[in-house]
Design a protein around this ligand. Structure first.
Ligand code: FE
Ligand code: FE
Length: 193
């Protein structure tokens, strides 16, 4: 990890109001995911991974592919600032979806339409070897939990705390942040009408 501030709040201020789909903004989806992680008493690293798992969507619009997707883009962006576990979880939340699709026949049916479409581009089912490799990873349990919160964090009417509530966590790893008002980061998000 390197020291010095990195303007992750600025990323959300600039692009957090982009549509995520399903009547949510990107920021609302991130806040819901982090709120669900906190509700389940996840530790700080896992809460941070939940909050930041889709930052790759804020910085680029590149097409998804099995080895290069918004998870890997987000991990590359943040890996110098966050603990290795956080970067790994951000990167692997995409492959966790592929894992669940492969081992749980009901899971694909539970995915949102947008998530089903991206799944095809991300590579769909894993091979036996890929499954075995993932299952023995020490953070495998964490990434499955992250995936479940991610899938649940698509409720337009769900109340959650503003990004400002995560200030201590964010500033621990990213340094002092600028918190502009009027960019949606100091108030609770609402559904897109
Ligand atoms: Fe994602
Ligand atoms: Fe997500």
């Amino acid at each position: 990890m390197t020291s010095g501030a990195y303007d992750v709040v600025g990323l959300f201020a600039a692009s957090g109001q982009r549509a995520y789909g399903e009547r949510l903004t990107q920021l609302h989806h991130a806040l819901q995911c982090a709120a669900l992680a906190r509700r389940d008493r996840a530790d700080d690293e896992v809460v941070m991974a939940a909050l930041l798992h889709d930052v790759g969507h804020l910085t680029e619009d590149a097409a998804e592919a099995p080895q290069r997707h918004h998870g890997s883009a987000g991990a590359v962006l943040l890996q110098a600032r966050v603990p290795p576990r956080v970067a790994w979880l951000i990167e692997h939340h995409v492959v966790a979806k592929r894992y669940l699709v492969t081992v749980d026949p009901r899971y694909a049916g539970l995915l949102s339409p947008a998530s089903q479409r991206s799944l095809v581009m991300q590579g769909a089912r894993l091979t036996f070897d890929e499954i075995s490799l993932l299952e023995v990873h020490p953070w495998f349990g964490d990434v499955l939990r992250l995936r479940r919160w991610d899938d649940a964090a698509k409720q337009p009417e769900m109340d959650c705390e503003p990004l400002l509530e995560f200030r201590p966590l964010l500033e621990r790893w990213f340094g002092a942040q600028h918190w502009p008002s009027g960019a949606g980061i100091d108030r609770s998000p609402t559904a897109i009408r």
